[in-house]
Design a protein around this ligand. Structure first.
Ligand code: 6PG
Length: 242
């Protein structure tokens, strides 16, 4: 499935449009008296999105009806500067009234293999299942310049066929251990959105969207939510070669 490409001028505009999507999903689910289950990415790109949510949607979103999960986490304690949870807490959770019990962090301080099993059980506990897999209402992905997404790196494409919901991976450069959700869980999302900003992502975005020679080696090229909405939200710098 080809993603719907949505281009915006700036990272802020990209974040504002994505925040609107989150708000509208949450409003629809809440109107049907349901919670919203979102999996977010870490890294730097989502910081501006979390900032927009904290500043512009503090009162507009019913935070007690949103549950946050992660697509991946670095195997570090939550207070470590590398922690994806820690980043989200700083930019979002510390600034909105979201109940603790709605935040389902991957515990980077745990033994990775045990945490992958524990987090799989958390997904089973909270998420509805479709096609035998946990189904998020929204998954927000980032992309690395090497084409990775979540913490599925180019030498781990088999994680798009794994029957496990979570896996332990190793960052190919830093050697840092990660816990990640696997490709089938990503592709089972009801709405899967890449948020991509910055000129340094222009090449990888174009290689994948234009299916340039060898694009299949990139994990992000294997994101393909057959029963969901699939979109790329890009700023003009990231989209400049599209
Ligand atoms: C992580 C992320 C990862 C991220 C990409 C892009 O743990 O780092 O989940 O998949 O989305 O590496 O990172 P940037 O947004 O920092 O470019």
């Amino acid at each position: 499935m080809k993603p719907v490409i949505k281009k915006f001028e700036t990272p802020l505009e990209t974040a504002e449009k994505l925040a609107e999507v989150i708000c509208s999903i949450a409003a629809k689910k809440s109107a049907a008296n349901n919670n919203t289950y979102i999996a977010v990415s870490g890294g730097n790109t989502p910081k501006i999105l979390f900032n927009v949510l904290a500043e512009e949607y503090k009162e507009k979103i019913c935070w007690e009806k949103i549950h946050f999960f992660w697509v991946d986490e670095r195997c570090v304690p939550p207070e470590d500067k590398e922690s994806n949870f820690g980043m989200t807490k700083k930019f979002l959770f510390d600034n909105v009234d979201i109940p603790e019990e709605n935040i389902h962090r991957i515990k980077g301080e745990n033994i990775p293999e045990k945490e992958a099993d524990r987090y799989s059980a958390v997904l089973e506990k909270y998420l509805k299942f479709e096609s035998g897999l946990p189904r998020f209402d929204l998954i927000i992905l980032g992309i690395g310049t090497d084409g990775h997404t979540a913490s599925i790196f180019p030498d781990q494409l088999e994680l798009f066929n794994s029957k496990n919901f979570c896996a332990v991976t190793v960052h190919p450069e830093s050697g840092q251990k990660r816990v990640t959700i696997t490709g089938n869980v990503i592709n089972n999302g009801a709405r899967v959105v890449f948020m991509i900003t910055g000129e340094n992502k222009a090449n990888i975005a174009a290689e994948i969207i234009k299916k340039k020679n060898g694009y299949e080696k990139y994990p992000s090229a294997h994101v393909n939510p057959l029963k969901g909405i699939y979109e790329w939200y890009l700023d003009s710098n990231a989209a400049k070669l599209l």
